[in-house]
Every structure is written in C-alpha cells, then in structure tokens.
Design a protein around this ligand. Structure first.
Ligand code: ADP
Length: 151
C-alpha cells in the first residue's frame, strides 16, 4: 500500500520552509499531496490561489510523486477522499506547537485513521514566515530569498 500524505496549508505564499518540509517528507511517504485550503480562518488571501498552485507545481515539476490541489472542506474529509492516511505539518516553535496540537486533536477526532506527522523545521528556515513575507512584499521589499520560485 502506498503511503500517501496530505500537506495542507494556506501557503500564502509557499516558502522555502514549506519546500523543505515537502522534500524531507519524501523520505517518509510515497506520495505527497500539497493541499491549498480555501477554508482557513484567514479569509482573504494575499496571493491568488491559482498563482500559488502554478508556482508550487513549477517548483516540484521534476517530482511525479508530488501533486498540488486546492480544497474547500474539512481537511480530515479531504484526506479520506484522497486515500491519505497521514497529514504532514511543520513545527517551528512553541506557538506552532500549541496550534498544531489543537488541530491534530480535532483531526483525530474527525478521522481516527488519520495520523498527523510533524517535522521540525530546518534551522536555516526556522524564521521564514508567510505573514512576514506578505508584509515585505506589500511594501515592495525583495522576498525572492524566501521563496523557491520567482514571483
Ligand atoms: P496554515 O494556515 O494551515 O497554518 P501555513 O501555510 O501557514 O498553513 O503552513 C503550513 C504548515 O507549514 C504548517 O504546519 C506550518 O507550521 C508549517 N510551516 C510554515 N512555515 C514553516 C517553516 N519555515 N518551516 C517549517 N514549517 C513551516
């Protein structure tokens, strides 16, 4: 049986930190489905979802085992539909831990077959944060060093 993991997130934008989690996840899973959620609490996106999907696809074009999709439903349900038994997430700090712990408990409640798997950030990406990148970009700062593709 193929080990399929969903890597869900807002990816607004997808960063080198996210890329690192996906590439390291390939050591654990046969397939990774990068899933851009429409239904996050952060209602209004900064980067268009279609643009981000295209950029992520371009980033991983040489990896047939990585796919990119969007979804607008419960992550636990979407995982089940995709035959994914694992949710891949990244942890940078205790703030991430608190948040991830709550989501993982809820997801387990919703789908007992789904296991959340956490990878600790690589030190060189630990401070990369999508919301700070949005701020820098908004004021025309250079964000290219934080992203694995050209905007
Ligand atoms: P969400 O809105 O669901 O938190 P994000 O796009 O912000 O989605 O992040 C998706 C996942 O990637 C989360 O588990 C987050 O903790 C993780 N992540 C974000 N940035 C980094 C980074 N620099 N290093 C490792 N993991 C990260």
């Amino acid at each position: 049986m193929k080990r399929v993991a969903l890597f869900p997130g807002s990816f607004d934008p997808f960063t080198r930190g996210h890329e690192d989690i996906v590439l390291r996840g390939l050591n654990l899973f046969d397939e990774i489905v990068i899933s851009i959620g429409y239904n996050s609490g952060k209602s209004q996106r900064y980067f268009a979802i279609e643009q981000m999907m295209a950029k992520i696809r371009e980033t991983f074009k040489s990896y047939p085992q990585i796919s990119v999709v969007t979804y607008a439903e419960l992550t636990a349900e979407f995982a089940k539909k995709n035959g994914a038994k694992y949710l891949l997430r990244g942890l940078r700090n205790t703030t991430d831990f608190e948040y991830e712990n709550s989501i993982a408990q809820v997801n387990r409640h919703l789908n007992q077959e789904l296991e959340s798997v956490f990878l600790i950030t690589s030190p060189q990406f630990a401070s990369i944060n999508s919301s700070i990148i949005r701020e820098v970009h908004r004021y025309k700062g250079d964000v290219s060093g934080f992203l694995p593709y050209n905007l």
